[in-house]
Design a protein around this ligand. Structure first.
Ligand SMILES: [Zn+2]
Length: 295
């Protein structure tokens, strides 16, 4: 294999769920919840009472509501019927004990914070970049309506996929900010593999996905997408068109090059459609500005 030395890691991004229990939420997945808990632990009331950041976890004993074990909901097992969830009567769905909820940051308890949307929280924690920055990235990619405490299993495949990609972006931010590591060695990039990421996505979501992919490329990474969606193909820096037919009659490289070059190919079945997508007004999604690509 040629050129593999440029990559530090390979990461396959799919639409599989990011968590199987309601203990996983967008806030815990993107690690921003750790910072929020630290912030609450540093408040004067917490210091006087000896509350550490563990107190503000809903996954461990100490500060959570023990009736619902920090889930905010109680599972109702009913014979002959699928089990359903009802809000916990003790905490009113807020996951924490009354004492924990007495600790307020700008008049809001940690339970109130979990009930905020990502967009609301990005504004609320605007003074703290460690929290606001990752949340802002999620808002930029159209996930601002998700709640911090929303159970991850309730996310759609497309939402889970974008949350994974943005989490990667926030890791990159952390790496770039670490001056010492940057001086020690030349940063390498990640190779991202996506197989038909647009399956099940609405047109508006495809556009948001493309924005995240461009950002990953702008930060020096490489993205390889296996895709039939012309909006995505037209956004690529380089296309490898495999065909000429499907299945057993395919498997050959029919054309390769920039979208403009492949569009001119006379054998490629994709070319006529690509020409239409590249034409002004013919594109399904207006072409976004191209990011700079290193590979
Ligand atoms: Zn409860």
């Amino acid at each position: 294999m040629h050129g593999a030395e440029f990559f530090e890691t390979v990461y396959e991004v799919d639409q599989s769920p990011i968590g199987k229990t309601s203990r996983s939420t967008p806030a815990t997945y993107i690690k921003v919840f750790d910072e929020i808990r630290n912030l609450y632990a540093q408040l004067p009331v917490s210091r006087v009472r000896g509350y550490t950041n563990a107190r503000f976890s809903f996954n461990t004993e100490g500060g959570r509501c023990e009736t619902c074990k920090g889930q905010g909901v109680i599972k109702m097992e009913m014979s002959f019927l699928p089990s359903s969830y009802v809000p916990c009567e003790d905490c009113g769905g807020r996951r924490y004990s009354p004492q924990t909820l007495e600790v307020l940051y700008n008049d809001k308890s940690i339970g109130d914070v979990m009930d905020m949307t990502l967009e609301q929280a990005a504004g609320f924690f605007g003074a703290n970049q460690k929290i606001a920055r990752p949340l802002g990235l999620l808002v930029d990619t159209g996930l601002g309506y998700l709640k911090l405490g929303q159970p991850s299993p309730t996310l759609s495949g497309g939402e889970a996929q974008r949350l994974k990609l943005v989490t990667e972006l926030t890791r990159g931010v952390g790496r770039a900010q670490n001056e010492r590591i940057r001086k020690m060695r030349k940063p390498k990039s990640t190779l991202y593999l996506l197989e038909e990421p647009t399956i099940g996505l609405h047109m508006a979501d495809v556009e948001l996905l493309l924005k995240v992919l461009h950002r990953l490329v702008d930060e020096g990474n490489t993205v390889i997408v296996i895709e039939h969606n012309l909006s995505v193909i037209a956004e690529a820096d380089y296309i490898v068109d495999i065909g000429p037919e499907a299945g057993a009659d395919g498997g050959e490289i029919v054309a390769s090059g920039t979208p403009e070059e492949v569009a001119k190919n006379r054998i490629s079945r994709t070319a006529p459609f690509l020409r239409a997508a590249l034409n002004v007004g013919g594109a399904l999604v207006p072409r976004l500005s191209r990011g700079k690509s290193r590979h």
